[in-house]
Design a protein around this ligand. Sequence first.
Ligand SMILES: Nc1ncnc2c1ncn2[C@@H]1O[C@H](COP(=O)(O)OP(=O)(O)OP(=O)(O)O)[C@@H](O)[C@H]1O
Ligand SMILES: [Mg+2]
Length: 212
Amino acid sequence: MKRYKHLAESVRFKRQGGHWRSIASNEKLIFAGEGRSAVVFRIKGTDEALKVFYPDKVHIAKEEADIYRLLSGVPHFPTLHEAGGTYIVIDWVEGKTFFQCLEEGIEISTRHIQEADRGLSAARTRGLNPSDVHLRNIMITTAGSTMIIDVARFRQTKDCMNWEDIKTAHSTFYTKPFFPKRWPKRLLNMLGVLYKKRLLPVHRAAHAKNPQ
Ligand SMILES: Nc1ncnc2c1ncn2[C@@H]1O[C@H](COP(=O)(O)OP(=O)(O)OP(=O)(O)O)[C@@H](O)[C@H]1O
Ligand SMILES: [Mg+2]
């Protein structure tokens, strides 16, 4: 039974400045975040998150739902509760993304990195190829464990070095005693742009270790 179809349908989108803007008309939806493909809400009174895909990205809903089914029972990933043509419903994760942790100076420990690494290895053993694992797609929960919250691109065939680069940046720079643990959002976004242009030393360090 589709319990949340009406909630997903209550979310409307309009195009503004080259981006989709969402308007949620149901008071049960509490905005949680957005990305390049979708907007995410917490469903009030539940521990579930509703991810509604933008009109030109709805095909990803089925892809992400299929991937969550393959990951069923793997620690460090949310459970899928429902899927429809334009949306999925997964566990609500109470916590902060790695990006928010860097913004707020919350420590990302080596144990957090190892937990995500174990989750991603388990995904590989289920035939997946984790891609697009970036700072807004990993969370530290209020209980202190790590969750990977966006698996839409886990069946991509091309190899993605994002996660290897995050691990390198963590071990080479972040864990050093004098490395700042808190970064302004604008600077983090600028680093993201430089990273995509392959202008950060983390690329060179990781790729020297993992020549392709
Ligand atoms: N299950 C969840 N629990 C809590 N917050 C979540 C959850 N899923 C997503 N979010 C929040 O919503 C944001 C956007 O979600 P998500 O990464 O799934 O969207 P996306 O459009 O697929 O992103 P991307 O740009 O990486 O493709 C996340 O960065 C996070 O802040
Ligand atoms: Mg994301």
